[in-house]
Design a protein around this ligand. Structure first.
Ligand SMILES: *Cc1c(COP(=O)(O)O)cnc(C)c1O
Length: 349
C-alpha cells in the first residue's frame, strides 16, 4: 500500500471543469475593463471595490509564505479554516460511501461539515489524558476512510499531540491527515509546517482568527503539497476572499512583531491564570495548555457558568463533551480581564 492522491479524489471532482472567471481569462494590465459586468464608475465608498478581487490571493500568499518559509504553491487561502475543512471533505469524501475519523473531544466543525456533506464520521476517543489512542485509530481505519482530523494544540483540551504519534499515523495511513494547528502560535513547538515535504498526505490548517487577531476577517490557511493545493483551488468559490479582506490581512502580516509580543503576553497571562486556578480549592483539575485557553474541571460547571455570566463574564461550558465531564473552557483575556476573572472565580462557592 502506498499513498496515491489520485485514488483518493472523488470521480466527479477529478473530471470537474472549474468555473473560469473573467479574472482567470485575462489577468494582465489593460486600459479599459469591460469583461466582468462591474460598475465602471466606481464604488459608493472612499476606496474602490468595484472590481472583482484576485482569485489567486497572490500577494497574501507571498507574504504568508515569507513568514512561514514556504512556497506559494503550497499555500491555500480559505474564507476561514471552516471553508477549508468543508472543501477538503468535498474533494475527497463521496457522500454515503466514504468516512472520516475524528478524535473527540475536539473541534466541532469536522463533524458538522461531515454531517452536511453526508459523510460518515467514526469517532475514536482520545485517552483520558487527551493523548492519541493510536492503536484504536489504526484499528478504525478501513477502505472507505479518506481522512483523519487531528487538532494540535487540541480544542478544548489545550494539549499538543505527540509528534511521534502524528508521524506514525502519517506513515501508516494512505488517506489524508488533516492537522489543525489553529493554536500553534501559542505552543512551544513550531508544528509540522517545516515537515510538509516529508509527507504527501499531510494537510496543515492554520488561521488568522486566533493569534493574529483577525477572527472577523475570516482568513484560514492550508499548507499542503502543490497537488492538493491545486485541487482545493479548483473547487473553491472563485472569489472566496474579498479584496478588503485580502488588503487588511496583508497589512496585518506586516506587523508580525506586534503579534509576537501579544502572543508572549498571552502566554505569560495564561501561566498566571493557571497558577491562580491551582490555588482555588473547588477547581479539581487545571489542564496544562499550549493554547490561548485553559480547560478546568469542577463539580458544578453550569453553576459556575451562570455565576460568571451574572458577573458579565462569558466562558464555554464543555461539560457535555466526551471525557470533559465537569469541564469549562476559559479563554485568556487581557491582564485587566484576567484579574476580574480571578476575582470572580475566588468569590464563587
Ligand atoms: C478557532 C478554530 C479554528 C478557526 O476557524 P476559522 O474558521 O479560521 O476562524 C479552527 N480550528 C480550531 C480547532 C479552532 O479552535
Amino acid at each position: 500500500m502506498k499513498f496515491n492522491l489520485n485514488n483518493l479524489i472523488r470521480d466527479n471532482i477529478k473530471i470537474l471543469q472549474p468555473y473560469s472567471s473573467a479574472r482567470d481569462e485575462f489577468s494582465g494590465d489593460a486600459k479599459i475593463y469591460l469583461d466582468a459586468n462591474e460598475n465602471a464608475w466606481g464604488s459608493p465608498l472612499t476606496d474602490a471595490y468595484n472590481r472583482y478581487p484576485d482569485t489567486e490571493h497572490s500577494a497574501l500568499k507571498l507574504a504568508m509564505g515569507a513568514i512561514k518559509k514556504i512556497n506559494k504553491e503550497n499555500i491555500f487561502i480559505g474564507n476561514g479554516s471552516d471553508e477549508i475543512i468543508d472543501l477538503l471533505q468535498r474533494a475527497f469524501c463521496e457522500p454515503k460511501i466514504d468516512k472520516i475519523i475524528i478524535l473527540p473531544p475536539t473541534y466541532g466543525m469536522y463533524k458538522v461539515c461531515a454531517n452536511i456533506n453526508n459523510v460518515e464520521v467514526k469517532e475514536v476517543l482520545l485517552n483520558k489524558d487527551f493523548s492519541l489512542n493510536t492503536t484504536a485509530i489504526l484499528a478504525a481505519i478501513d477502505e472507505q476512510t479518506k481522512m483523519i482530523f487531528i487538532c494540535s494544540p487540541n480544542n478544548p483540551s489545550g494539549n499538543l499531540v505527540d509528534e511521534n504519534q502524528i508521524e506514525l499515523l502519517l506513515n501508516s495511513f494512505n488517506g489524508i491527515i488533516v492537522l489543525d494547528e489553529a493554536y500553534i502560535d501559542f505552543a512551544r513547538t513550531p508544528g509540522f509546517v517545516n515537515k510538509l515535504t516529508q509527507f504527501p498526505n499531510l494537510v496543515i490548517i492554520q488561521t488568522l482568527s486566533k493569534a493574529w487577531g483577525l477572527a472577523s476577517l475570516r482568513i484560514g490557511i492550508a499548507f499542503a503539497s502543490a497537488s492538493i493545493i491545486q485541487l482545493l483551488t479548483k473547487i473553491k468559490p472563485p472569489y472566496n476572499i474579498s479584496k478588503a479582506n485580502q488588503q487588511l490581512a496583508l497589512q496585518a502580516l506586516q506587523k508580525q512583531d506586534q503579534i509576537k509580543s501579544q502572543v508572549t503576553q498571552t502566554i505569560k497571562e495564561r501561566n498566571l491564570l493557571m497558577d491562580a486556578m491551582q490555588l482555588i480549592e473547588y477547581i479539581e483539575t487545571t489542564y496544562p495548555s499550549e493554547a490561548n485557553f485553559i480547560l478546568i474541571k469542577i463539580k458544578t460547571p453550569s453553576k459556575l457558568y451562570n455565576y460568571l455570566q451574572s458577573q458579565g463574564i462569558i466562558i464555554r461550558d464543555r461539560s457535555q463533551q466526551p471525557l470533559c465531564e465537569g469541564c469549562v473552557r476559559i479563554t485568556v483575556g487581557t491582564t485587566a480581564e484576567n484579574n476580574i476573572l480571578i476575582q470572580a472565580l475566588n468569590n464563587f462557592q
